[in-house]
Design a protein around this ligand. Structure first.
Ligand SMILES: C[S@@+](CC[C@H](N)C(=O)[O-])C[C@H]1O[C@@H](n2cnc3c(N)ncnc32)[C@H](O)[C@@H]1O
Length: 241
């Protein structure tokens, strides 16, 4: 790719012009977790990534970003497969400060395990409703276990009962799971084992003002020049040249 740009988007914040994505935003759980800027970056990565290789998503939650990725793949006539994973653990607002309760923030009568079951079921239902002919290969695994299976070309059955073999080249990875420095670094290193030339990595919660470990990691990646920065208007999108 010639001359990667500092910011590929010249306009101030605008909404991604797509009626279906607008509809998804008010249909799926997790609206507050997917900044509009990420959708522009996903679209750019999908348009420009090589046709060889899979798209990997770490951190599904209720499936808003998954459904956006599936839509952008199909809209751009890309046949790259999407593999994704989540542990569906509840991440409380104050878990880093206090011993986490069994219930969700602000309620003492809703168990975290019931809440995460609801989120996972909502995800499965969203795919069965909105992407039944185009379902991703989804797994209920930590990213470490997912990459273990990926790196050993494990043959397995996904959450939609499709048999599949994991592994092979990666064309685009969206890292949005555990945002601690250690885990984001592990996820990054695992992606790098399989990222093809011309492949992209987008780190959620990596804006320079963020306290997340993912923000610290992208500063290191930018310095080491392992990858080339494509855009950091909010989160960081890199390409491997
Ligand atoms: C911010 S949410 C993902 C939001 C989703 N990508 C979206 O935009 O709609 C983060 C998710 O990562 C999952 N997660 C946390 N640690 C993980 C790990 N080590 N491996 C896989 N998933 C993890 C959580 O269960 C949670 O559902």
């Amino acid at each position: 790719m010639k001359n990667p740009v500092k910011s590929i988007f010249h306009k101030p914040k605008i909404y991604f012009p797509d009626d279906y994505i607008k509809r998804l935003r008010c249909s799926l759980i997790g609206e507050g977790m997917l900044p509009e800027e990420n959708i522009f970056q996903m679209d750019y990565a999908i348009k420009n990534m090589p046709n060889e290789g899979s798209v990997i998503e770490i951190g599904i939650y209720g499936g808003l970003s998954t459904n956006v990725l599936l839509h952008l793949l199909s809209k751009n006539n890309k046949t790259n497969k999407l593999f994704n994973t989540d542990v569906w653990i509840y991440e409380g607002f104050y878990d880093h400060k206090i011993s986490p309760p069994k219930t969700i923030d602000g309620r003492d009568d809703v168990l975290r395990e019931d809440y995460t079951r609801y989120i996972k079921e909502a995800y499965l239902s969203s795919i069965k409703t909105l992407s039944k002919n185009n379902s991703p290969h989804s797994f209920h695994l930590s990213s470490d276990d997912f990459f273990e299976a990926w790196n050993t070309n494990k043959k397995t059955t996904d959450l939609f009962e499709h048999e599949t073999t994991l592994g092979g080249p990666i064309a685009f990875a969206y890292i949005d799971g555990d945002h601690s420095y250690q885990q984001t670094k592990k996820d990054f290193e695992n992606v790098m084992k399989s990222l093809v030339i011309g492949g992209f990595i987008l780190f959620d919660d990596s804006e320079s003002t963020s306290d997340f470990g993912s923000a610290q990691l992208v500063k290191e990646i930018a310095k080491n020049k392992t990858l080339t920065l494509v855009d950091n208007r909010l989160n960081h999108l890199f390409v491997k040249l």
